[in-house]
Design a protein around this ligand. Sequence first.
Ligand SMILES: Nc1nc2c(ncn2[C@@H]2O[C@H](COP(=O)(O)OP(=O)(O)O)[C@@H](O)[C@H]2O)c(=O)[nH]1
Ligand SMILES: [Mg+2]
Ligand SMILES: [Zn+2]
Length: 345
Amino acid sequence: MTLSLDQLGWSPFFQQQLSLEEWDTYEVGRVVEHHRSSIVVKTKQGDNTLPLATSMPLLTVGDWILLDSDGRFHRALDRLSLFSRKAAGSKLAQQLIAANIDTVFVVCSLNDGFNLNRIERYLALAGDAGVEPVVVLTKSDCCDDPQAFVHQVQSLDPLLRVEAVNALSPASSRILTSWCGTGKTVAFLGSSGVGKSTLINTLLGQATQATSAIRDDDSKGRHTTTARSLHILPAGGILLDTPGMRELQLADCEQGINEAFSDISDLSAECRFTDCQHQNEPGCAVRAAIESGRLDERRLQNYHKLMREQALNGASLAEKRARDRSLGRYYRVVLAETKQRKRGG
Ligand SMILES: Nc1nc2c(ncn2[C@@H]2O[C@H](COP(=O)(O)OP(=O)(O)O)[C@@H](O)[C@H]2O)c(=O)[nH]1
Ligand SMILES: [Mg+2]
Ligand SMILES: [Zn+2]
């Protein structure tokens, strides 16, 4: 399927970065897939696979680049927005997750999973990326008073857009299509089970669902590597759905648990071993707090349970802790970069 540049998300912000000569000489393309050693770039002619070269800047899905007449990389255009983070286990590497997203739907369900802290956390992620967030409260059909929750979220920011929907119902989910018009790039953030896939399938419509354009995590919770990252919605918008965005969610959930259990996180900092599991390690400040009656054993068990659930998503606990630490650094780095960008630096 060939698409016009407008359908691919081209806008004046990108156009004004090209001289007339460049516009005549080079082909504009958008990165729609990113692999270990190659990228797939969609131009108005079709798909091009380009080998990644060390001479090229770091690129990610959603980036706009210029190709010369031989189909070789010429240069990348400045980004409107960027989701990224420090790569786990590395001090220097930055992992780019998705570029040039216009709107991110922060999805939270209106059942037991409703959590204002977590929504705030996702809003911070969207803010750091420079992306407009829209909070989507799913499972409105399972909730007696969805508006009460809408008001709670609205109290975080009077300008924030908040919508309560039944993700299973096309009529109810239609409200989201106002952010999904032609050329608008959208993505989803949210914990597992809140209804992201359901919402995506509803927005894509039955036809696309039947051809399984969206491949979800497999039964073991691994990401299917064959899934495409970019999907054109019936309303004309571009849905960007990458494993990277999902990992951002995982890191975020763990962060959310740490927030909800900040007393345990604070105590952990005093444990003798930095990787203390608070089982029966010597010098464990958490066990000491339980023995002295300052901390409830039940609460620690619940914390362990939630952390185990998160760990089931694939990464080892060590990787996750590294990711957690690097996420903190990432917040600071991206925030500084965003400020610099806004100053025009
Ligand atoms: N009743 C109801 N069920 C929903 C809604 N959204 C999602 N679900 C159900 O919640 C479960 C998890 O949804 P899923 O889309 O897989 O969540 P994901 O992990 O965020 O992709 C599925 O069984 C869905 O059918 C909703 O708005 N109403
Ligand atoms: Mg899903
Ligand atoms: Zn401990």
